[in-house]
Ligand binder design. Structure first.
Ligand code: DGP
Length: 139
């Protein structure tokens, strides 16, 4: 599949649509998922145009995983999460719905189910409040 420059994350990267930002560097951007599967659900994307994990360069993959680890640490600390799920979907058959490669960082607690994938929009004020906690925990 060819990369679509009008996918929603490409538009976020260009600043055409807003997001609740957590972190940005030269190669990556992290922000809150608007349809979170748990409180504190964050996304990390590369700036490189790649529709999935397979299309990403080794340098892009290295930058993406380094930022994912950094943000996962901050989500764990900021959200007081006993567990963290890191997920990455490739292809519609795997459940991918936005075709710009990304990692999901999802807080988990034993016995607590996480919500369905990409289903319900969260209130902006709640996303902002969780983002503040995560940003404060960034090292
Ligand atoms: P995936 O299905 O793995 O491609 O995940 C896409 C995720 O992106 C899903 O959890 C919902 C989220 N999402 C969809 N549209 C937007 C948006 O406009 N802004 C933000 N922040 N997240 C979005």
């Amino acid at each position: 599949m060819a990369y679509d420059r009008n996918n929603i994350f490409a538009r976020i990267l260009r600043g055409e649509i807003p997001c609740v930002r957590l972190y940005e560097d030269g190669k990556t951007l992290a922000f809150m998922d608007v349809m979170p599967q748990a409180d504190g659900h964050a996304l990390v994307i590369p700036k490189e145009e790649a529709e999935d994990f397979f299309a990403l360069s080794p340098e892009g993959a290295a930058a993406l995983i380094a930022t994912t680890q950094r943000i996962a640490r901050a989500v764990k600390k900021g959200m007081n999460a006993p567990g963290i799920m890191v997920a990455q979907l490739n292809g519609a058959a795997a459940g991918q719905s936005v075709f710009h490669v990304h990692f999901h960082i999802i807080p988990r607690s034993a016995g607590a189910d996480f919500r369905p994938h990409a289903r319900e929009m969260e209130k902006p004020e709640k996303l902002q409040a969780f983002a503040e906690r995560i940003r404060a925990a960034l090292e």
